[in-house]
Design a protein around this ligand. Sequence first.
Ligand SMILES: C[S@@+](CC[C@H](N)C(=O)[O-])C[C@H]1O[C@@H](n2cnc3c(N)ncnc32)[C@H](O)[C@@H]1O
Length: 247
Amino acid sequence: MMSGRLLGLGVGPGDPELITLKALRLLQAAPVVGYFVAKAKHNAGQGGNAFGIIEQHLRAEQQRLPLVYPVTTEKLAPPLDYETLISDFYDTAAAQVAAHLDAGRDVAVICEGDPFFYGSYMYLHDRLATRYPCEVVPGVCSMLGSAAVLGVPLVYRNQSLSVLSGVLPEDELKRRLADADAAVVMKLGRNFDKVRRVLRELGRDGGAHYVERATMREQRIVALDEVDPMASPYFSMIVIPGARWQG
Ligand SMILES: C[S@@+](CC[C@H](N)C(=O)[O-])C[C@H]1O[C@@H](n2cnc3c(N)ncnc32)[C@H](O)[C@@H]1O
């Protein structure tokens, strides 16, 4: 029997209209739709963020395959170890997907934004792409969705763009931001306060823009000074555009 195809589909940053025609076509044709979801959401009968974006496009007969994260935080009390736990989880998730592929069924794994840009899909891809036919469909990543709703052109002419994770240690973040023509800082949440402090120390806070849940219904754009660091959600980002070219 021919094995099914593994499809990694980017579904865009939140606005359901920002999915590509190709991702939508492959999604609707797939007999199985895989999605990552936090345990609490799954237990409450919900899908993950990506699932919410595409749910309206699914037919009843398409099989839903929830891949349920065992933990949502990287900080765990010993003897629990995040790296081991999450790696075992991705092994199990890959085996769940592989069972369908072995039975000849295509599996569309949906991914918020782009699958190869910090996407959980990558961990399935790394485990399965050499064993099964596979296709990846790029999506509008959150960085570009954020720049668009903020109305800030990102990079002019020969400027370079730095994509930084808010998880970086403070001195490393400072070193990289000091050198950057333009930058986006992702993975804020509990890291927000640290990132804002670094931007202030570098005198770059004035040119920095903050957005929560860009392109989603709950989108919120707030001045950096007004953000409550205790309330900055996971789906947020700081965008520091390159100096405007007066062309
Ligand atoms: C695991 S990464 C996923 C990135 C995704 N694959 C993409 O292409 O944009 C999660 C981070 O992306 C950013 N993010 C994702 N969606 C966002 C949105 N709609 N608005 C603002 N930031 C978002 C946040 O910084 C969040 O911490």
